[in-house]
Ligand binder design. Structure first.
Ligand code: ZN
Length: 181
């Protein structure tokens, strides 16, 4: 279930400071799927939470040097075990897509929901993640019916050449099939 603020009832809400108001709430019409792991390939760490809440210790790993001062978030993160964390209510604008465009409209953060799967581009995602993502997608589509099947995309689709996630490890056929079951 999704409440009036756009919070999922089965997610743990952890408030991110990295969000603002959408220019037009009525236009929530795109779902963007991403992946993240920090450090890359290491799972179940606290670093994603720390990044999205502005608390990341950038000296904790050499690969975090680029993340200094970065203000990013996503609406949800789905962990390897299927647990869902929500960082920004869907009604608000999360900062996940960056420079992006869908069907000629720039700035996808304005009108999209961003979900991060804990993972890497080329590691298979877990079945628990597919099930949680499909279940969450169904709730989102009930609440935001403009998000039709052809408006569910990867970050790589809206930021080609710049982003590659969720990568070849993401089985689109399997996910889309779960949506109709
Ligand atoms: Zn992404």
């Amino acid at each position: 279930m999704i409440d009036t603020f756009g919070l999922l009832s089965n997610a743990t809400f952890i408030k991110s400071p990295f969000y603002n108001q959408r220019p037009n709430q009525a236009e929530i019409s795109l779902l963007a799927i991403h992946c993240i792991s920090l450090p890359e390939g290491q799972f179940a760490t606290e670093h994603i939470k720390n990044l999205f809440t502005g608390c990341l210790d950038c000296s904790a790993d050499p690969s975090f040097a680029d993340l200094q001062g970065l203000e990013v978030s996503a609406h949800c993160v789905i962990r390897r075990n299927g647990a869902i964390e929500q960082y920004v209510p869907f009604e608000q604008r999360a900062w996940h897509a960056g420079v992006s465009s869908f069907q000629g409209v720039d700035g996808c953060n304005d009108f999209s929901i961003g979900i991060e799967l804990e993972g890497t581009d080329c590691t298979a995602y877990t079945e628990a993640q597919y099930l949680a993502l499909a279940d969450t997608t169904k709730h989102i589509q009930v609440r935001y019916p403009l998000i039709t099947k052809d408006r569910i995309v990867g970050h790589s689709d809206i930021a080609p050449g710049r982003k590659t996630d969720p990568g070849s490890g993401f089985n689109w056929d399997h996910y889309l099939k779960l949506l109709i079951d």
